[in-house]
Design a protein around this ligand. Structure first.
Ligand code: FES
Ligand SMILES: [Fe+2]
Length: 439
């Protein structure tokens, strides 16, 4: 457990907060490209506690500017998308994508006041279905060369979902390899062939053992954590009765992303993005090393579970997450259906808006959570000491040299788990002929 003061320090991210300053040194997912696909590409974005509006101008370029009009604060989300920018409907002030006011049609003829009016604006970059924003000072860092960015658009599917809780507890479920044996336990195994686009439904490594059975029967993983240039590698070993060892490699990518295997075909890169202190979005990029991703199917599966435009899950605390006691007895550990996102959502939302870490008791299996908090505190301290160059991926290591990272499940019979995951990964990458996945 930690003090209330420490809990506030590592969870709160609005402007001016120490952890918020760390977050602002990295590209943050701001919206899905899908959200701008309609006739009027203008959407509200609330990110790190700041209210913004994202739009595509008539040149096809993106702008992300403050939501409150710099004149008298009207909501620019209702702006007129015209003249290659966004015009406030209140008095017609017009802003271009860089936030510069270029016209004030009600001011006296010849007025140059607009030259001095600039809305807060942040750089944005679109990558394989997600629009990223940089909200910090100075130059944004280069993107690491992760698989989700290297793969062509055809091989990446992006989606998001709203969780009503602080981002850190959401991230902490993603770096907790032990919970999958319980929270996501299925009491019966379905045919892995039915599991396309879903997590933990494939076979484990190259065996006939469904992941569901492996997780259920081996609930005590041996967890170790290694420091990397991008964050941390998390290794979970499950020692099978027949002498073999199941190796699951997942990653924390600083500051708030994870990279995990989904199936033999796909990995997931997922950000837990702070909307504000008490809400977050998960943004996922599903990357295929095999066939192009079936985006229509994956989108349809997820749209069925979410309400647009908020991307709020249909199962939530107002309907007890669909909890069914009979199902809990016979089919799932939670009684909340087969969608594992709902399980995670219940786990993290039920802790409260910001988990009270003064009352927690961390165990051995929380090793990665402990290591991550240490890393975040070190980054906070570095910035407070004016040492921005001590932050991961801003420390002189060229982010474009960061590949992968390896995220997979393998099985080894000789106990050499490092060789097992490295060889398993290399084989998958070598077999990927649609794009260059070599690392
Ligand atoms: S409030 Fe926007 S132009 Fe007046
Ligand atoms: Fe989970």
């Amino acid at each position: 457990m930690i003090s209330q003061e420490m809990n506030d320090l590592i969870t709160r991210i609005t402007p001016g907060t120490p952890a918020g300053e760390v977050m602002r040194r990295y590209w943050q997912p701001a919206a899905l490209s899908d959200e701008l696909a309609g006739n009027r590409p203008v959407v509200p974005v609330r990110l790190l506690g700041e209210d913004l509006v994202l739009f595509r101008d008539s040149e096809g370029e993106l702008g992300l500017i403050q939501r409150a009009c710099p004149h008298r604060g009207a909501d620019m989300c209702f702006g007129r998308l015209e003249d290659n920018g966004l015009r406030c409907p209140f008095h017609g002030w017009h802003f271009n994508r860089s936030g510069q006011c270029v016209e004030q049609p009600g001011e006296p003829e010849g007025s140059r006041m607009h030259e001095k009016i600039k809305a807060t604006a942040y750089p944005v970059v679109e990558k394989n279905g997600i629009i990223f924003a940089y909200m910090g000072p100075g130059e944004p860092p280069a993107f690491p060369d992760l698989d989700c960015f290297r793969a062509p658009d055809t091989h990446v599917f992006a989606f998001k979902g709203l969780w009503e809780c602080n981002w850190l507890q959401a991230l902490e479920v993603g770096i907790d390899p032990a919970h999958a044996s319980f929270l996501h336990r299925f009491l019966q195994d379905e045919d892995p062939e039915e599991g396309y686009g879903k997590q933990f439904r494939d076979k484990a490594a190259d065996t006939e053992i469904p992941m569901t059975r492996l997780l259920r029967e081996y609930p005590r993983p041996e967890i170790s954590v290694e420091d990397t240039d991008y964050g941390m590698r998390i290794i979970a070993l499950r020692h099978l009765d027949d002498g073999r060892t199941h190796v699951r490699v997942t990653n924390q990518i600083f500051p708030e992303a994870i990279s995990i295997p989904m199936s033999r075909e796909m990995i997931i890169t997922q950000w837990h993005v702070p909307v504000d202190d008490e809400n977050c979005y998960w943004y996922s990029m599903f990357t295929s090393f095999d066939k192009p991703v079936n985006k229509e199917l994956m989108r349809a599966q997820r749209l069925e579970e979410h309400d647009l435009p908020s991307y709020a899950p249909k199962k939530n605390k107002t309907n007890n997450y669909g909890y069914n006691a009979e199902e809990q007895g016979a089919l799932t550990y939670t009684g909340m259906g087969l969608d594992i996102n709902v399980h995670d959502q219940w786990a993290v939302e039920s802790m409260g808006a910001i988990q009270d870490r003064t009352r927690e008791h961390l165990g051995k299996t929380d090793a990665a959570i402990i290591a991550y908090r240490r890393k975040l505190r070190a980054a906070i301290k570095a910035l407070q000491d004016g040492e921005e160059e001590a932050l991961p991926m801003r420390n002189g290591v060229d982010p474009t040299t960061i590949k992968g990272p390896i995220s997979n499940d393998t099985l080894t019979s000789d106990g050499d788990w490092r060789k097992s995951y490295e060889q398993g990964d290399a084989a998958r990458r070598a077999a990927c002929t649609d794009w260059d996945a070599t690392i």
